[in-house]
Design a protein around this ligand. Structure first.
Ligand SMILES: *Cc1c(COP(=O)(O)O)cnc(C)c1O
Length: 221
């Protein structure tokens, strides 16, 4: 992707975020755009860095470990893990990522707490909620959220907020609204929700982190 195309796409997404924020009476600076670079190689990512984007999302630890050390030499880069995390990769994840959006079970809370203490590095965490109660999806059930949050707080994980991936092919807004309510009920400030097809809706409902891939990079292979 040439630099001017990357700049145009980035400007377009940022403008849409700003417009949605304005509509909702929110400060656009409060919304972090995470450029989801999974399955895109360094050559596709570099133009976006040159265009000024600094926050990126990857969904697999191994892929990120292979791709990012070099790309990361640009000052100010932040990496967010947005995909499911196995406990045996917790150490690598804590070493590489600045935020982890997929904390969804007590065993992972325990594993992360242990490696964070050991590494003395504490990426901020989002608890992922299976907001549509879909069997094939990651995330804790809505009913299990209070228990998981209590465990995360006891383990001293730096919990910033909640994350969700709503069911496909249906209106996302009610699911975003439910996630926002859960965060409010539990005194959590951050909401990771909204992808290429629905990030503007998510912003109007309170998203603080939107995870946008296709709208910035084009379709994945
Ligand atoms: C791939 C992915 C995204 C980005 O999806 P797009 O539709 O390409 O914007 C966002 N969040 C998660 C968890 C993903 O896996």
């Amino acid at each position: 992707m040439p630099l001017d195309e990357a700049s145009t796409r980035l400007a377009d997404v940022c403008e849409k975020i700003a417009r949605a924020a304005q509509l909702a009476g929110r400060a656009p600076e409060r919304i972090e755009l995470i450029a989801v670079s999974k399955m895109h190689d360094a050559a596709a990512i570099r133009p976006l860095i040159e265009a000024g984007q600094r926050v990126f999302g990857e969904n697999r630890v191994q892929e990120a470990v292979a791709k990012w050390p070099e790309l990361r030499e640009t000052p100010g880069i932040a990496l967010h893990l947005i995909g499911q995390l196995q406990s045996n990769k917790a150490e690598e994840a804590v070493a590489l990522f600045d935020a982890i959006h997929s904390v969804d079970r007590p065993s992972l809370v325990t594993a992360l707490a242990r490696v964070m203490d050991k590494a003395d590095r504490r990426p901020s965490c989002f608890l992922q909620v299976n907001i549509g109660d879909e069997p094939q999806k990651g995330g804790c059930l809505v009913a299990d959220l209070p228990g998981l949050l209590a465990e995360a707080r006891t383990a001293d994980l730096p919990v910033a907020g909640l994350m969700c991936i709503p069911p496909a092919e249906v209106e996302a807004a009610p699911y975003f609204a439910l996630l926002a309510k859960l965060a409010r009920d539990h005194g959590l400030s951050d909401l990771s929700m909204g992808m290429s097809s629905d990030y503007e809706t998510a912003v109007t409902i309170g998203a603080t982190h939107v995870r946008v891939g296709t709208a910035l990079f084009g379709a994945r292979a």
